[in-house]
Structures are given as C-alpha cells and as structure tokens.
Design a protein around this ligand. Structure first.
Ligand SMILES: O=C(O)c1cc(C(=O)O)oc(=O)c1
Length: 304
C-alpha cells in the first residue's frame, strides 16, 4: 500500500552528529518509535497523521550512532492497536529492545502472552485529543487489570491542563504508571507555579508513578533548537526536567522520541538531543539512574 505523508511532515534528521556527552555503559533509549514501513506494516485507518517511514533498521543504526545499548519501542498512534511493526522490531533486535503496546479489550490472553514473549512490557493509554479518539475508562481499567499479573506497566500520555480531570483515573491504576514527556508542561509558566506543582504532587503522592523527562524539542518555546552544534538547546525546558530528575531520581526515564512525530518547525539533531541530558541530570550518579538503572528495572528486571 502507498501512503502519502501528512502535508508539512518533517522527516527525521538524516545525519545526526556523534554526541559529545558520553552515555554510561548500557544506556537505554526508553522512548522511541518505528513507523512502518507502510508497504510492509500499513498505517491504521483510524490514524490522525501519516508519517514518513522509519523502520527498525534505521532505529538500530541510530541506537549505535548515539551510543545506546538498548531501546524501548513505544507503539505510535499512527499504527493504532496493530502492534506488528513494533513487535517485528523487537523480534529483530537480538534482545536489545523491549516494547510498549496499544491493545483493545478484545485482545485474547494468548495474544497478550505472545506480546510478552516478543518483549512487550507495558500498554499505552493516550489522552491527547489530536492523536486518538476517546477510549472509555472502563475499557482501560479492564485492560490494566489484565496486564497487571504479567508484571507490565501503563504508559500515559496527556496534556498538563488535563491532569486534574484524569487524576482519579490515573491513581486507580493497579500497576506502575509511566508518564510520557513529563505530562507536557507549559514551560511559559513558572516551574514552581500551580500547574507544574500539581504534576510534582502527582509523583510525590503516588510512588508507583514514573516520568519520562523527554521531548524538550516538543515542549520548548524559546529554544535554542538542537541544530548546528548547539550545546545549550531548549534552555526553557531544563528547570522542569531537572526538577523531576533531582526530586525523583529513581523514577525517571529518558528517550529520544525518534522519529519525532508531528514536529512542526524543526527536526532536532538526535546527537545534540543526547547532549541535552547532562543539563537535566548533572551528576554521573543521576545519569546512571536515568539512563541505565531505572529503565533496566522496568524493562529488563530479570537482569537486575
Ligand atoms: O506529541 C506527539 O505528537 C506524539 C505522538 C506520538 C504517537 O503518535 O504515538 O507519540 C509521542 O510520543 C508523541
């Protein structure tokens, strides 16, 4: 099948630089995606965007270029609940990738077991309205109850303004809960203002909640952008991410978000994104927790 990209789509950076920051041995890129390729793994009919292709070979090449040891591949919304592209990447990773799937309540126990065998360790619940249609809460709670005994967790993606309304649902989840991209704070607001304080309280009051301190390229309003060798990219995001890393060092993860769906004004150099990490995790101890110990505990617990 042939697919036409959403108008204005930005493709991933074709020649990312080698990071200056040396990742610790065994570092995990804990949030990235594969897109298709569409001819082999068609995009879902219910998708809200049509991306460029970004397959497993390109993802594994990026992993090696940046110096990561492993990937966590998160099901992208353009594939709906058809996890074949992600699972195919896991199977061909030689044990170097684990995954997060999107499932419906119609999934069978055998299908869940097959996903587990392929390396899936979580499901993603998405509340970002531009990306997905609404799924009833009772369906999500039913799915959460079924994946809990497998030792899986729930990844949630939502906008900061929606946290108050979603709070009771999130705190009722019976598994570890991993927040994508810090719950998308509005970084024009103060880091100690009511909106971000609510997110910090969410993590403080609920020890099962983790956060990815990822996607400065999405959250930044004033930059500068991770392009042309910039070593101080996305300065306006640093106080937010650093606060979460320093307050909850045992419950943070980091990922590239490659191939960066739906960016509108630039496509970051992924090597420079890696150079962002020491600005938010300034010590070797914090870096090792963020990049190695925490993701290993969540995705490869049998090796810990
Ligand atoms: O903000 C986004 O557009 C976005 C989209 C997706 C997805 O389509 O799965 O995943 C992400 O992590 C971020």
């Amino acid at each position: 099948m042939q697919f036409e990209k959403t108008p204005g789509w930005l493709d991933w950076h074709a020649a990312p630089s080698k990071p200056r920051f040396r990742l610790p041995a065994g570092a995990v890129d804990a949030h990235c995606h594969v897109f298709g390729p569409g001819a082999e793994f068609p995009y879902a009919p219910e998708r809200k965007y049509t991306p460029c292709d970004a397959g497993k070979a390109e993802l594994f090449a990026l992993r090696d270029q940046l110096g990561f040891a492993r990937n966590v591949i998160v099901q992208a919304t353009c594939h709906g609940a058809d996890n074949r592209a992600m699972v195919d990447a896991l199977i061909h990773s030689g044990g170097k990738a684990r995954g997060v799937a999107t499932v419906r309540r119609s999934i069978t126990d055998q299908e869940l077991q097959d996903l587990h065998a392929a390396g899936v360790r979580g499901v993603r619940f998405n509340f970002v309205k531009r990306l997905v249609d609404f799924t009833p809460r009772d369906e999500l709670l039913e799915i959460a109850a079924r994946i809990a005994p497998l030792g899986w967790h729930v990844v949630i993606y939502f906008e900061a303004a929606d946290l108050p309304e979603l709070w009771d649902f999130f705190t009722a989840l019976p598994t570890p809960v991993v927040v994508d991209h810090m719950g998308r704070p509005d970084v024009a607001k103060p880091v100690d203002g009511p909106e971000f304080e609510l997110f910090v309280k969410f993590m403080r009051d609920n020890p099962n909640v983790w956060s990815k301190v990822s996607c400065p390229e999405r959250l930044s309003l004033t930059g500068p952008k991770a392009l042309d060798g910039e070593q101080n990219a996305y300065r306006d995001v640093v106080p937010f991410a650093r606060r979460i890393v320093e307050t909850f060092p045992e419950r943070v993860l980091w990922g590239t978000d490659w191939p960066h769906p739906n960016l509108k004004d630039h496509m970051p150099d992924d090597g420079l994104l890696v150079d962002f990490i020491p600005h938010i995790a300034p010590t070797a101890e914090l870096q090792k927790k963020l990049l190695v110990d925490n993701p290993m505990r969540l995705y490869w617990p049998e090796e810990c």
